[in-house]
Write a protein that binds this ligand. Structure first.
Ligand code: AMP
Ligand code: ZN
Length: 484
């Protein structure tokens, strides 16, 4: 596979430390609110990447953290804790908030067919690991204690600005509005590894440490969790592009200083989903969720399809019109698949393999998901039987997870519901595909034709008792089940 690596700014052949095996890490959600569909764009694209790697023959160990402590409202080390802010807003404890929004996140993931990573670790579950790393950094001279906090000393590194596309000026803490300069820092890019109560009196979750009772900084959680579950050689690190700096830069700084050798070889950053008015943000308080899409009548698959149509390294603009277009295209695609007949011929394995190999190659070019969607139409157009077409679609959907065959089967069942039955008299009955009811409705039509109204009424009552409502139309009747 060829994948763009934001650490080298190049598209590179993807290589792993252990051949055939991928150690993959994903920055998980901060669980103080629902995930917005922008966050979920990142998780959809990372999900496709993971599934692609498995499809291409790798075995993958994917780890994700849940940020339930330590993420401040600002990227710098000042301001309120995001979790605490959520707890105050909803008059709940921080742990209640964390549990509620973690469950909500995975429920959204399920609706969008995003697989749960092999390891999901809440940040609060690995405090001893962070303390051990911070102690190691202190011993090696990469960290210092000042004003009640432990800081990472960025001046000790030869290379710090690894993802830095910003001007140095922009980074100067203090020039950003609302961010106070932390006078304890020796260098402007130093960051907090451990906070103590001396600075944040109202922090709800606190742990004892060699530096006093307090809590970890946000960046250390990802290093701690990844080193614990992925080991010292990470092949692939994922996140939204806003995480590149300072979060990922700081993860690299502390991980490599602690382990003493290069850490992660490949960095995968998903660009943002924006609205016409700009970036979507949880902290702004107004945002789009999967539930909102459902309330408005969209199948969550419409959103997944929308995301797959564009490349992960391009910003994507969300509008209802764009989503409508994607939903329309998705429904048409499902209708075409539903029209295929599974019993039409035997699967031609050679044709399926040819499509599989082409798909590996196409999608393997920097996760080209729009080509992957095009490949679905190629399968439909292939000169072969329907059984083979369906086998190709199933093969590709192992990566795309658009629920193609399930949705097509549901559509077929729905269409079959409106089956018709006819009598020798030429009456047509349209109903929900139940032969016994069809027979009763036909008997009633015949009784009426013979002017046997007593029998016709008796049958109508019988149908009504079974919850069936009949409407007479020209040349027959329509029936449907009604709930009382
Ligand atoms: P958070 O819950 O804020 O920690 O973010 C969860 C994930 O969503 C991170 O990987 C972010 O980089 C990513 N993210 C945040 N905003 C957006 C956006 N508008 N579009 C795409 N990804 C985003
Ligand atoms: Zn992270």
């Amino acid at each position: 596979m060829y994948l763009y690596n934001s650490a080298t700014h190049k598209k590179e052949e993807f290589k792993t430390h252990t051949p055939g095996h991928v150690e993959m890490y994903t920055c998980g959600p901060t669980v103080y609110h629902f995930a917005h569909i922008g966050n979920l764009r990142s998780y959809i694209m990372e999900d496709v990447l993971e599934k692609y790697l498995r499809y291409a023959g790798y075995d993958v160990n994917r780890v994700m953290n849940i940020t339930d402590v330590g993420h401040l409202v600002s990227d710098a080390d000042e301001g309120e804790d995001k979790m605490l802010k959520g707890a105050r807003r909803e008059h709940k404890t921080v742990m209640e908030i964390a549990q509620f929004y973690t469950d909500a996140f995975f429920s959204d993931c399920e609706k969008l067919h995003i697989k749960r990573p092999d390891v999901v670790q809440p940040a609060t579950g690995c405090i001893p690991e962070y303390i051990r790393i911070i102690e190691g950094l202190m011993e090696k001279g990469y960290a210092y204690f000042a004003g009640g906090n432990v800081y990472f000393d960025s001046s000790k590194l030869d290379r710090y600005y690894i993802f830095n596309d910003h001007d140095e000026e922009d980074l100067a803490v203090g020039v950003r509005e609302g961010v106070e300069e932390d006078t304890n820092k020796r260098n402007k890019n130093d960051f907090v590894l451990w906070f103590t109560k001396s600075k944040f009196e109202d922090q709800a979750l606190k742990w004892d440490s060699p530096w006093g009772v307090g809590y970890p900084g946000w960046h250390i959680e990802c290093s701690g969790i990844s080193l614990k579950y992925n080991g010292e050689y990470l092949d692939l690190h994922c996140g939204g592009v806003d995480n590149a700096f300072p979060h990922h830069t700081n993860e690299i700084a502390q991980s490599e200083s602690y382990i003493g050798h290069p850490w992660c070889t490949h960095w995968f950053h998903v660009h943002h989903l924006n609205t016409a008015s700009g970036k979507m943000s949880k902290s702004k308080g107004e945002f789009l969720t999967v539930s909102l899409l459902e309330e408005k009548g969209y199948d969550p698959m419409a959103y997944r399809f929308f995301c797959l149509q564009s490349h992960y390294r391009k910003a994507l603009v969300f509008s209802w019109e764009n989503l409508d277009n994607a939903y329309g295209a998705y429904k048409k695609l499902i209708a075409r698949i539903a029209a295929l007949k599974p019993e039409d011929g035997a699967v031609d394995e050679a044709v399926v393999k040819a499509h599989h190999d082409k798909f590996v190659q196409q999608v393997g070019n920097d996760l080209n998901t729009s080509m992957a969607v095009t490949a679905l139409y190629d399968a439909l157009k292939e000169k072969t039987n329907d059984a083979t077409r369906l086998a190709i679609l199933a093969d590709h959907d192992a990566v795309l997870s658009l629920g193609l065959l399930e949705h097509a089967a549901a559509k077929r069942a729905e269409d079959a519901k409106a089956k018709t039955a006819e009598t020798a008299d030429g009456f047509t009955v349209t109903g929900e595909g139940d032969a016994a009811i069809d027979a009763l409705v036909l008997q009633r039509l015949e009784a009426k034709k013979a002017r046997d109204f007593a029998t016709a009424d008796r049958i109508r009552d019988e149908l009504k008792a079974q919850g069936v409502e009949v409407t007479d139309i020209k040349g027959g009747a329509i029936w449907k089940r009604v709930t009382a």
